[in-house]
Design a protein around this ligand. Structure first.
Ligand code: TGC
Ligand code: FAD
Length: 387
């Protein structure tokens, strides 16, 4: 029996029935609703907001959270599969879901009060309240411990000043999870869109993640009530704990992007006749595509084992760093090589490889650059902090 070209090791057989059903549902959504429009969205620099109710309706926002907060009570392997299938469509859609689920709903769930959870989580799961996550600042995102944004207690409020840069969903969001330095260390605040002194400005001229909203956030003496402070965490481990959740999902996403590129290149190279034979019949094309399949297979197994560790409560941040580094590198290399295999046709968004290659420039940079993750692994191996 022929092997599945995008699953040479039958990794799908390692999934439960429920996990397979989640994957099939999101795959159908991507095929039917995302792929027909996403090239145009990328060209126009437009995030497809019209898909938000459908994404929410499928239970993809806060999918791992308990039902009492609007979640779907799925396991983390299922969350990974959601990321993979969304990113097979476009990294912008996976980014939207990662930010909403892992960077905004997760901190409210993990660090918030019961009242905060009840107030925001069900509406966030329903896609009625959109969140963004403000950690990075203009002077250097790799070193968030050096943040300048600060909050000072004043009576029943906090007064927030500073700015954040490169914030996904910034101009879409109704609430921003903002991390600020305080006299008591770094703390998280839920800043509402209409708070006086809070503004967002779109980042323009992006060549990457064009089907995603990216913004700068500004805080000019913004008064944030104490009721909007996330009380159950202090210090850098608060935002880094959220990043571990999101980075886990990001290990899966680029597998989807790489599969999309392999799919496109396989189809194209079988049809493209040069020197009297299909390009797919040449040894160099087969070597390339075989090598992509090898790298995709390794990434699939890496993320699945990471997911099983996470579901067992045993996943370590260093393991996430290794997989984020490996899988982003795998996908960006495949996307670039697939672009090459398509020749001139590869430079237009009529075909997906260049869109994925450009998107992956962001994916390999955000949530910790490749260098940051390499140094995390190096620190684990040597016991020496090289940052
Ligand atoms: P370090 O001394 O290592 O740690 C400080 C405290 O944090 C704890 N910790 C973690 N906790 C949970 N998860 C992790 N991954 C953690 N890493 C560290 C640590 O145990 C310690 O706790 P405690 O209790 O001892 O205080 O901190 P460091 O200053 O040496 O930083 C290390 C470094 C460089 C790895 C860290 O700063 C880092 O990860 N930098 C990269 C920043 C980053 O990834 N930013 C991403 C911004 S958000 C984003 O990009 C969203 S894009 C979303 C999208 O569109 O999809
Ligand atoms: P810098 O930290 O200035 O890094 C510059 C270079 O220095 C990089 O090559 C880096 O690898 C290298 N470097 C860093 N440290 C070392 C070292 N110790 N040794 C050697 N080299 C080093 N942030 C958010 O908070 N929320 C978001 O929603 C969000 N969304 C984003 C969306 C997009 C499209 C993009 C592009 C970014 C987003 N980010 C977000 C920001 C992202 O997390 C940062 O861009 C990233 O962490 C890197 O920070 P930086 O851009 O300031 O680069």
């Amino acid at each position: 029996m022929a092997l599945h070209p995008y699953d040479l090791y039958d990794v799908r057989s390692l999934l439960s029935e429920e996990e397979q059903a989640v994957q099939d549902t999101v795959a159908r959504f991507t095929d039917e609703r995302v792929l027909p429009i996403i090239g145009d969205c990328f060209d126009e620099g437009r995030f497809p907001v019209e898909l938000i109710p459908e994404i929410a309706g499928l239970g993809l926002l806060g999918a791992t959270l308990p039902a009492e907060y609007g979640g779907s009570e799925l396991n983390y392997v299922s969350y990974g599969l959601i990321c993979q299938e969304l990113e097979r469509g476009d990294s912008g859609l996976r980014s939207f879901a990662s930010v909403q689920s892992s960077l905004c709903m997760y901190p409210i769930y993990a660090y918030g009060t019961d009242e905060q959870k009840r107030r925001w989580l069900p509406d966030m799961a329903a896609g009625k309240v959109i969140g963004c996550f403000g950690l990075t600042e203009p002077h250097g995102g790799s070193d968030p411990g050096n943040m300048k944004t600060h909050a000072r207690r004043d009576g029943d409020d906090w007064v927030l000043n500073g700015s954040k840069m490169w914030i996904t969903n910034g101009n879409l969001a109704h609430i921003a999870i903002v991390w600020a330095q305080t006299d008591d260390g770094i703390q998280g605040f839920v800043v509402e869109k209409d708070f006086a002194g809070f503004s967002a400005q779109l980042v323009k001229h992006k060549m990457s993640l064009r089907a995603s909203v990216t913004s700068a956030l500004f805080f000019d003496n913004v008064r944030v009530p104490e009721a909007n402070r996330l009380p159950n965490v202090k210090g850098l481990k608060g935002p880094l704990g959220c990043l571990t959740q999101a980075r886990y999902g990001i290990t899966w996403g680029p597998i989807g992007a790489a599969i999309a590129c392999l799919d496109e290149a396989l189809g194209y190279s079988k049809e493209r006749i040069l020197f009297g034979r299909p390009v797919a019949a040449t040894q160099s094309a087969q070597l390339k595509m075989a090598d992509w399949a090898r790298r995709i297979t390794a990434a699939q197994l890496l993320s699945l084992q990471l997911g099983r560790l996470k579901d067992a409560g045993k996943m370590q941040p260093t393991q996430v760093s290794l997989a984020k580094w490996n899988n982003c590198r795998m996908a960006i290399d495949i996307a670039r090589e697939a672009r090459d295999l398509l020749g001139g046709a590869g430079i237009t968004t009529e075909h997906c490889p260049i869109r994925h290659a450009l998107n992956l420039e962001s994916v390999i940079t955000y949530e910790g650059t490749e260098t940051v993750h390499q140094l995390v692994v190096g620190r684990e191996l040597t016991g020496i902090n090289a940052f």
